[in-house]
Design a protein around this ligand. Sequence first.
Ligand code: FAD
Length: 224
Amino acid sequence: MGDEHREADACVLAADPRAARALIDALPDADASWRASVAATRNAPPFVVVRLWLEKPVDADRPAFLGTSGYGPLDNVSVLERFEAGAADWARSNGGSVVELHAYACDPAVASDPGAADAVAATLEDELHRVFPETRSIPVLHREVLTRDDCTLITPEPWQARPGVRTPSPRLVLAGDWVRCEHPVALMERAATTGFLAANELLGGWGVRGQDVWTVPVRGLLAR
Ligand SMILES: Cc1cc2nc3c(=O)[nH]c(=O)nc-3n(C[C@H](O)[C@H](O)[C@H](O)COP(=O)(O)OP(=O)(O)OC[C@H]3O[C@@H](n4cnc5c(N)ncnc54)[C@H](O)[C@@H]3O)c2cc1C
Protein backbone atom coordinates (compact mmCIF):
# COMPACT_ATOMS: atom_id res chain seq x y z
CA MET A 1 0.00 0.00 0.00
CA GLY A 2 2.99 2.35 0.29
CA ASP A 3 1.98 5.74 1.65
CA GLU A 4 -1.70 5.31 0.76
CA HIS A 5 -3.97 6.53 3.54
CA ARG A 6 -7.12 4.53 4.34
CA GLU A 7 -9.86 5.17 6.84
CA ALA A 8 -11.16 2.12 8.70
CA ASP A 9 -13.25 1.49 11.79
CA ALA A 10 -10.93 -1.25 13.00
CA CYS A 11 -7.93 -3.29 11.96
CA VAL A 12 -6.74 -6.91 12.21
CA LEU A 13 -2.95 -6.81 12.13
CA ALA A 14 -1.97 -10.19 10.69
CA ALA A 15 1.54 -9.51 9.44
CA ASP A 16 4.48 -11.81 10.06
CA PRO A 17 6.17 -11.24 13.44
CA ARG A 18 9.01 -8.96 12.31
CA ALA A 19 6.70 -6.73 10.26
CA ALA A 20 4.15 -6.66 13.11
CA ARG A 21 6.85 -5.59 15.58
CA ALA A 22 7.91 -2.74 13.27
CA LEU A 23 4.34 -1.58 12.69
CA ILE A 24 3.49 -1.64 16.39
CA ASP A 25 6.74 0.08 17.32
CA ALA A 26 5.73 2.92 15.00
CA LEU A 27 2.25 3.31 16.52
CA PRO A 28 1.88 6.68 18.17
CA ASP A 29 0.72 6.60 21.82
CA ALA A 30 0.67 2.80 22.13
CA ASP A 31 0.55 1.42 25.67
CA ALA A 32 4.19 1.04 26.75
CA SER A 33 3.93 -2.37 28.45
CA TRP A 34 1.98 -3.86 25.54
CA ARG A 35 4.49 -2.42 23.06
CA ALA A 36 7.28 -3.95 25.19
CA SER A 37 5.59 -7.37 25.16
CA VAL A 38 5.43 -7.21 21.36
CA ALA A 39 9.04 -6.04 21.11
CA ALA A 40 10.13 -8.97 23.32
CA THR A 41 8.96 -11.55 20.77
CA ARG A 42 11.71 -12.96 18.57
CA ASN A 43 12.10 -14.68 15.25
CA ALA A 44 13.32 -18.24 14.92
CA PRO A 45 16.66 -18.89 13.19
CA PRO A 46 16.52 -19.14 9.39
CA PHE A 47 15.27 -22.18 7.52
CA VAL A 48 16.14 -23.59 4.09
CA VAL A 49 13.66 -25.35 1.82
CA VAL A 50 14.85 -27.20 -1.30
CA ARG A 51 12.33 -28.39 -3.89
CA LEU A 52 13.54 -30.83 -6.52
CA TRP A 53 11.83 -31.93 -9.72
CA LEU A 54 13.22 -35.42 -10.37
CA GLU A 55 13.24 -37.13 -13.76
CA LYS A 56 12.00 -40.43 -12.32
CA PRO A 57 9.73 -41.22 -9.36
CA VAL A 58 11.06 -42.15 -5.95
CA ASP A 59 10.27 -45.72 -4.88
CA ALA A 60 6.54 -46.37 -4.60
CA ASP A 61 6.75 -47.35 -0.92
CA ARG A 62 8.25 -44.01 0.18
CA PRO A 63 6.00 -42.17 2.66
CA ALA A 64 4.45 -38.87 1.60
CA PHE A 65 6.08 -37.17 4.61
CA LEU A 66 9.08 -38.43 6.54
CA GLY A 67 10.50 -36.70 9.63
CA THR A 68 14.22 -37.42 9.96
CA SER A 69 16.86 -37.31 12.68
CA GLY A 70 20.56 -38.02 12.34
CA TYR A 71 20.76 -36.78 8.74
CA GLY A 72 22.67 -33.55 9.25
CA PRO A 73 20.46 -30.47 8.79
CA LEU A 74 17.70 -32.48 7.08
CA ASP A 75 14.53 -32.36 9.22
CA ASN A 76 12.03 -33.89 6.82
CA VAL A 77 11.38 -35.10 3.27
CA SER A 78 8.06 -34.69 1.46
CA VAL A 79 7.05 -36.46 -1.73
CA LEU A 80 4.80 -33.66 -2.88
CA GLU A 81 2.90 -35.43 -5.65
CA ARG A 82 1.33 -37.61 -2.98
CA PHE A 83 -0.62 -34.67 -1.52
CA GLU A 84 -0.24 -31.48 -3.60
CA ALA A 85 -2.31 -31.04 -6.78
CA GLY A 86 0.25 -29.04 -8.80
CA ALA A 87 3.02 -31.52 -8.04
CA ALA A 88 0.67 -34.44 -8.77
CA ASP A 89 -0.13 -32.96 -12.23
CA TRP A 90 3.56 -32.48 -12.98
CA ALA A 91 4.46 -35.98 -11.80
CA ARG A 92 1.68 -37.50 -13.93
CA SER A 93 2.67 -35.55 -17.06
CA ASN A 94 6.40 -36.07 -16.69
CA GLY A 95 6.68 -39.43 -14.96
CA GLY A 96 8.88 -38.01 -12.19
CA SER A 97 8.68 -36.94 -8.54
CA VAL A 98 8.61 -33.58 -6.77
CA VAL A 99 10.53 -33.85 -3.53
CA GLU A 100 10.87 -31.16 -0.86
CA LEU A 101 13.59 -31.04 1.81
CA HIS A 102 13.41 -28.86 4.92
CA ALA A 103 16.13 -27.68 7.30
CA TYR A 104 14.95 -25.66 10.31
CA ALA A 105 16.95 -23.64 12.86
CA CYS A 106 19.96 -23.17 10.58
CA ASP A 107 23.05 -21.12 11.41
CA PRO A 108 22.05 -17.41 11.46
CA ALA A 109 24.65 -16.75 8.71
CA VAL A 110 22.35 -18.59 6.30
CA ALA A 111 19.97 -15.59 6.29
CA SER A 112 22.56 -13.16 4.92
CA ASP A 113 25.21 -15.29 3.21
CA PRO A 114 24.08 -16.97 -0.04
CA GLY A 115 27.15 -19.22 0.11
CA ALA A 116 26.11 -20.56 3.50
CA ALA A 117 22.55 -21.17 2.23
CA ASP A 118 23.88 -22.96 -0.86
CA ALA A 119 26.04 -25.17 1.35
CA VAL A 120 23.01 -26.19 3.44
CA ALA A 121 21.01 -26.86 0.26
CA ALA A 122 23.79 -29.08 -1.13
CA THR A 123 23.99 -30.99 2.16
CA LEU A 124 20.23 -31.52 2.12
CA GLU A 125 20.50 -33.16 -1.30
CA ASP A 126 23.39 -35.37 -0.12
CA GLU A 127 21.30 -36.43 2.88
CA LEU A 128 18.32 -37.18 0.61
CA HIS A 129 20.58 -39.69 -1.18
CA ARG A 130 21.16 -41.43 2.16
CA VAL A 131 17.46 -41.41 3.09
CA PHE A 132 16.09 -42.47 -0.33
CA PRO A 133 19.15 -44.12 -2.03
CA GLU A 134 17.35 -44.45 -5.38
CA THR A 135 17.59 -40.64 -5.74
CA ARG A 136 21.39 -40.90 -6.18
CA SER A 137 20.91 -41.92 -9.80
CA ILE A 138 17.83 -39.82 -10.67
CA PRO A 139 18.68 -36.61 -12.55
CA VAL A 140 17.36 -33.34 -11.07
CA LEU A 141 15.47 -31.47 -13.81
CA HIS A 142 14.80 -28.34 -11.78
CA ARG A 143 15.70 -27.09 -8.32
CA GLU A 144 14.36 -24.23 -6.19
CA VAL A 145 15.94 -23.09 -2.93
CA LEU A 146 14.17 -20.82 -0.46
CA THR A 147 15.84 -19.25 2.59
CA ARG A 148 13.80 -17.18 5.06
CA ASP A 149 13.77 -16.21 8.71
CA ASP A 150 10.21 -14.96 9.14
CA CYS A 151 8.85 -17.49 11.65
CA THR A 152 8.22 -16.74 15.29
CA LEU A 153 10.28 -18.36 18.03
CA ILE A 154 8.22 -19.96 20.80
CA THR A 155 10.44 -19.94 23.88
CA PRO A 156 10.04 -21.40 27.40
CA GLU A 157 9.25 -17.88 28.61
CA PRO A 158 5.81 -17.53 30.20
CA TRP A 159 3.07 -17.91 27.61
CA GLN A 160 0.94 -15.26 29.29
CA ALA A 161 3.63 -12.64 28.62
CA ARG A 162 3.14 -13.07 24.86
CA PRO A 163 0.77 -10.60 23.19
CA GLY A 164 -2.69 -12.00 22.57
CA VAL A 165 -5.44 -11.20 20.09
CA ARG A 166 -6.78 -8.30 22.16
CA THR A 167 -4.72 -5.15 22.39
CA PRO A 168 -5.14 -2.05 24.54
CA SER A 169 -7.18 -0.57 21.68
CA PRO A 170 -10.65 -2.04 20.98
CA ARG A 171 -10.11 -1.10 17.32
CA LEU A 172 -6.91 -3.07 16.85
CA VAL A 173 -6.57 -6.86 17.16
CA LEU A 174 -3.71 -9.22 16.35
CA ALA A 175 -3.68 -12.50 14.46
CA GLY A 176 -0.95 -14.89 13.37
CA ASP A 177 1.14 -17.80 14.47
CA TRP A 178 3.17 -15.49 16.76
CA VAL A 179 0.07 -14.37 18.72
CA ARG A 180 -0.95 -16.06 22.01
CA CYS A 181 -4.18 -17.99 22.09
CA GLU A 182 -5.51 -20.33 24.76
CA HIS A 183 -6.54 -23.10 22.36
CA PRO A 184 -4.09 -26.00 21.98
CA VAL A 185 -3.02 -25.06 18.46
CA ALA A 186 0.18 -23.99 16.75
CA LEU A 187 1.60 -22.97 13.38
CA MET A 188 -1.02 -22.62 10.62
CA GLU A 189 -3.75 -23.69 13.00
CA ARG A 190 -2.84 -20.91 15.44
CA ALA A 191 -2.66 -18.41 12.55
CA ALA A 192 -6.16 -19.40 11.41
CA THR A 193 -7.60 -19.67 14.93
CA THR A 194 -6.32 -16.26 16.02
CA GLY A 195 -7.72 -14.89 12.75
CA PHE A 196 -11.21 -16.12 13.73
CA LEU A 197 -10.76 -14.88 17.30
CA ALA A 198 -9.61 -11.47 16.04
CA ALA A 199 -12.60 -11.14 13.72
CA ASN A 200 -14.93 -12.29 16.52
CA GLU A 201 -13.46 -9.71 18.87
CA LEU A 202 -14.18 -6.88 16.44
CA LEU A 203 -17.61 -8.19 15.45
CA GLY A 204 -18.54 -8.45 19.13
CA GLY A 205 -17.94 -4.70 19.39
CA TRP A 206 -20.78 -4.20 16.92
CA GLY A 207 -22.99 -6.82 18.57
CA VAL A 208 -22.50 -9.24 15.70
CA ARG A 209 -21.99 -12.95 16.32
CA GLY A 210 -18.81 -14.27 14.76
CA GLN A 211 -17.47 -17.71 14.00
CA ASP A 212 -17.81 -20.54 16.54
CA VAL A 213 -14.40 -21.96 17.44
CA TRP A 214 -14.42 -25.55 18.71
CA THR A 215 -11.58 -27.20 20.55
CA VAL A 216 -10.74 -30.30 22.55
CA PRO A 217 -11.17 -30.00 26.35
CA VAL A 218 -8.24 -28.06 27.75
CA ARG A 219 -8.50 -29.64 31.23
CA GLY A 220 -8.11 -33.34 32.01
CA LEU A 221 -11.26 -35.28 32.97
CA LEU A 222 -9.90 -35.95 36.47
CA ALA A 223 -8.54 -32.44 37.10
CA ARG A 224 -9.92 -30.80 40.26
C1 FAD B 1 9.36 -24.54 5.85
C2 FAD B 1 8.09 -24.41 6.66
C3 FAD B 1 7.22 -25.48 6.76
C4 FAD B 1 6.05 -25.37 7.48
N1 FAD B 1 5.20 -26.44 7.57
C5 FAD B 1 4.07 -26.32 8.27
C6 FAD B 1 3.16 -27.41 8.37
O1 FAD B 1 3.38 -28.49 7.82
N2 FAD B 1 2.03 -27.24 9.09
C7 FAD B 1 1.73 -26.05 9.71
O2 FAD B 1 0.67 -25.93 10.33
N3 FAD B 1 2.57 -25.00 9.62
C8 FAD B 1 3.73 -25.12 8.93
N4 FAD B 1 4.59 -24.06 8.87
C9 FAD B 1 4.27 -22.85 9.61
C10 FAD B 1 3.28 -21.98 8.86
O3 FAD B 1 3.81 -21.66 7.58
C11 FAD B 1 3.08 -20.70 9.68
O4 FAD B 1 2.64 -21.05 10.97
C12 FAD B 1 2.04 -19.81 9.03
O5 FAD B 1 2.43 -19.45 7.72
C13 FAD B 1 1.89 -18.56 9.87
O6 FAD B 1 0.88 -17.79 9.27
P1 FAD B 1 0.75 -16.26 9.61
O7 FAD B 1 -0.46 -15.79 8.89
O8 FAD B 1 0.89 -16.05 11.08
O9 FAD B 1 2.05 -15.56 8.99
P2 FAD B 1 2.61 -15.53 7.48
O10 FAD B 1 2.26 -16.79 6.74
O11 FAD B 1 4.05 -15.14 7.65
O12 FAD B 1 1.77 -14.37 6.82
C14 FAD B 1 1.99 -13.01 7.14
C15 FAD B 1 1.74 -12.19 5.88
O13 FAD B 1 1.79 -10.80 6.19
C16 FAD B 1 2.34 -10.15 5.08
N5 FAD B 1 2.79 -8.81 5.48
C17 FAD B 1 3.89 -8.48 6.19
N6 FAD B 1 3.96 -7.16 6.36
C18 FAD B 1 2.87 -6.63 5.76
C19 FAD B 1 2.38 -5.30 5.61
N7 FAD B 1 3.04 -4.23 6.12
N8 FAD B 1 1.24 -5.13 4.93
C20 FAD B 1 0.56 -6.19 4.41
N9 FAD B 1 0.98 -7.47 4.54
C21 FAD B 1 2.12 -7.67 5.21
C22 FAD B 1 3.46 -11.07 4.63
O14 FAD B 1 3.84 -10.80 3.31
C23 FAD B 1 2.79 -12.43 4.78
O15 FAD B 1 2.12 -12.82 3.61
C24 FAD B 1 5.75 -24.16 8.14
C25 FAD B 1 6.63 -23.07 8.04
C26 FAD B 1 7.81 -23.20 7.30
C27 FAD B 1 8.71 -22.03 7.20
